[in-house]
Design a protein around this ligand. Structure first.
Ligand code: AHR
Length: 512
C-alpha cells in the first residue's frame, strides 16, 4: 500500500470515529460558515506582473503596428482577448529587477528614435524600448486593468522618478505634461499603485534596510502623483522580519503598503530548481510543500505590521509570486522561459486560498509573470499563442475577485505532510456562493462533504481542471490537453454539499 493510501485510510477511520456517519464515508469533511462573513477579497490579489524581460513583452504582448500578427495599435489581439477573459485587475511594470535599471526617457517619443539599451539583468538583451510609458498605460486601458508602476531607486534619482510621475499624471501645462501631449496623450493617466524600488536588498541596490527606508522617505517626499496612488515600500525577496521591522519603524507613516516577494522552487535550490515537466512525484509534493511556505511568511509580515498599525490601514502586497523552474532547454539565457503544467494550476489555486485566508491585510498580488516568463498565463511563439493551465485556474477563480470571504473549515487526510484537500469559499459580488477546492493527491480522488451554515441554495454547478499526468501541459499543437470541463461530481442535498474530486484537480463550484 502506498504511503498516501495508508494515510488516507487512517484519516478516514479518525473521521468516522469522530462522528461522521458511515453512509457518508467522506475522505474530507468540513463546514462552510456563510453566516460569518470575513474580509473582502481584493480583486487586485489576482494581479499580473509584466517585466521587460525576454519575450514577456516584446513578442508576447507587443509586436508593433506593422506586424503580420493581428494587433491593435501594436498589441497582440489574441493576448488582449485572452487577458480580458481573466478580468485582469492590475498590471505591474516595468519590473522587477529591470525597474532599477530603467530610464523612463528611453521609452517615450517616436519609436524609431528611441535608444537601444542593454538589459543587464536578463541576458543583456538589446532593448529597443518600443514598449514604454505610453504603451504600458494604453495597454492597461485596453485590458481594463489598474496600473502598478515601479520607479527606479537602485540606479535612478528622486528627481527622475518625480519627473516621470509628473509626465504621466499631471493635468497642468507644465513642460513635462506638454511633452506627454506632444507624444500623443492629452489626458493624464492614473497610477493606481506606485512601487518605490524592487528587492532593494538584492538586484535593487544591495541596500541595507536602514538605507532603503531613508531612500524611500526621500523619494516619497518628492513624488506627487496627481490623483493619488497607493505608495508601496519594497520588502526583500522572501521574508526578512528584520527588514520589515526596520522599514516599519523608520518609514511606516510614508507608506500605504509594504511588498514582499516569494517564489516556489521545487528543490529550494537556485542553482538546480527542478524541471517544469518530466519531474517525479517527490518533486510534485516538494513543490506544494514550498508553496505553502508562503503562508507563515505572510503571517510573519502581518504580525509585525500589526504591531505598528493595529488598525490594519497599511496593506501587505505580494508583489511577485509563482513557480520558478529550470529554464526550457535551449531557451536564451536570462529569459526565464518555462513550461506550465497541471502542477502550476494547482499551485495557483493553493495560493489563491492562502491569499483569501489572509485577505484582511493582504490586498494585492502579482503573479510572475503574465506572458512567456516564469509561471505564465499565456505562451506565444511568433503568431501562435496557447493558454496555460495557470490561465485556466485564474479564469476559474475569477468570481472570487471582490467577493466576501467565508470561513471554510476542512478536515482532510494527509498527502505527504500536507492536507490532501484545501479549499476556500466566498460570496461573490453576484450574490452567489463560490467554493474552490484543490486535491493535491496525484493518484487518488477524494470524497468531500461540507455542511453549509447560513446558505440558501438549491443547486450547484461547477468546473474541474485535471489531467492524466502530473506534468500534463498545453502546447501549440495540443492547446487543450489541460482545460476546464463542466463538473458533474457535485451534489447539494439537505444543506450538505458533496463533491467527488478527481486526483490532482482544481474544482470551482457555484451554489445557486
Ligand atoms: O520575476 C523575475 C525576477 O524575480 C524579478 O525581476 C525580481 O524582482 C525577482 O527576483
Amino acid at each position: 500500500m502506498s504511503m498516501p493510501t495508508l494515510l488516507r485510510s487512517a484519516a478516514c477511520v479518525l473521521l468516522l470515529s469522530a462522528g461522521a456517519s458511515a453512509a457518508m464515508a467522506a475522505d474530507v469533511t468540513g463546514t462552510l460558515h456563510a453566516d460569518r462573513p470575513g474580509p473582502v477579497i481584493a480583486p487586485e490579489l489576482y494581479g499580473q506582473f509584466m517585466e521587460q524581460l525576454g519575450t514577456g513583452i516584446d513578442g508576447g504582448i507587443w509586436v508593433g503596428p506593422d506586424s503580420d500578427i493581428p494587433n491593435t495599435r501594436g498589441y497582440r489581439n489574441d493576448v488582449l482577448e485572452a487577458l480580458k477573459e481573466l478580468k485582469v485587475p492590475v498590471l505591474r511594470w516595468p519590473g522587477g529587477c529591470y525597474a532599477d535599471i530603467y530610464d523612463w526617457r528611453t521609452g517615450i517619443g517616436p519609436r524609431e528614435s528611441r535608444p537601444v539599451t542593454l538589459n543587464r539583468w536578463w541576458g543583456n538583451k538589446e532593448e529597443h524600448n518600443a514598449f514604454g510609458t505610453h504603451e504600458f498605460f494604453e495597454f492597461a486601458e485596453l485590458v481594463g486593468a489598474k496600473t502598478f508602476l515601479n520607479v527606479n531607486v537602485g540606479t535612478g534619482t528622486p528627481r527622475e522618478a518625480m519627473q516621470w510621475v509628473e509626465y504621466i499624471t499631471s493635468p497642468t501645462n507644465s513642460t513635462l505634461a506638454q511633452e506627454r501631449r506632444r507624444n500623443g496623450r492629452d489626458e493624464p493617466w492614473k497610477i493606481d499603485f506606485l512601487g518605490i524600488g524592487n528587492e532593494p536588498n538584492g538586484c535593487g541596490g544591495r541596500m541595507r534596510a536602514e538605507w532603503f527606508a531613508d531612500q524611500f522617505r526621500q523619494y516619497v517626499g518628492f513624488i506627487v502623483p496627481h490623483g493619488g496612488a497607493t505608495i508601496i515600500a519594497s520588502g526583500p525577496d522572501a521574508t526578512d522580519p528584520e527588514w520589515t521591522r526596520t522599514t516599519m519603524e523608520l518609514a511606516i507613516e510614508h507608506m500605504d503598503a509594504f511588498s514582499m516577494h516569494y517564489y516556489t522552487l521545487p528543490t529550494g535550490d537556485w542553482e538546480n530548481k527542478g524541471p517544469a515537466t518530466g519531474f517525479d512525484e517527490s518533486q510534485w509534493l516538494a513543490t506544494f510543500e514550498r508553496t505553502y511556505m508562503i503562508e507563515p511568511m505572510i503571517q510573519e509580515q502581518v504580525a509585525i505590521m500589526d504591531e505598528f498599525d493595529p488598525e490594519g490601514e497599511k496593506a501587505l502586497i505580494i508583489g511577485e509570486w509563482g513557480t520558478w523552474y529550470d529554464p526550457t532547454p535551449g531557451s536564451p539565457g536570462g529569459w526565464l522561459q518555462q513550461q506550465n503544467s497541471i502542477r502550476d494550476a494547482l499551485v495557483a489555486a493553493v495560493n489563491f486560498g492562502i491569499f483569501h485566508r489572509n485577505a484582511r491585510r493582504l490586498r494585492a498580488a502579482g503573479i510572475a509573470q503574465m506572458v512567456n516568463v516564469l509561471q505564465a498565463m499565456l505562451l506565444t511563439d511568433g503568431p501562435k499563442m496557447v493558454r496555460t493551465p495557470t490561465f485556466h485556474a485564474f479564469r476559474m477563480y475569477r468570481p472570487f475577485q471582490g467577493a466576501t470571504s467565508l470561513p471554510l473549515e476542512l478536515e482532510s487526510p494527509a498527502y505527504g505532510g500536507l492536507r490532501a484537500v484545501d479549499g476556500t469559499a466566498a460570496r461573490g459580488t453576484d450574490g452567489k456562493l463560490y467554493v474552490g477546492l484543490v486535491n493535491l493527491d496525484p493518484r487518488e480522488g477524494k470524497e468531500v462533504t461540507i455542511s453549509l451554515r447560513g446558505v440558501e441554495a438549491s443547486g450547484v454547478v461547477g468546473e474541474v481542471l485535471t489531467a492524466d499526468a502530473i506534468d500534463a501541459h498545453n502546447t501549440f499543437d495540443a492547446p487543450d490537453t489541460v482545460r476546464p470541463r463542466p463538473f458533474e461530481g457535485a451534489r447539494l442535498v439537505d444543506g450538505t454539499l458533496s463533491a467527488t474530486l478527481p486526483a490532482k484537480s482544481v474544482v470551482v463550484l457555484a451554489l445557486e
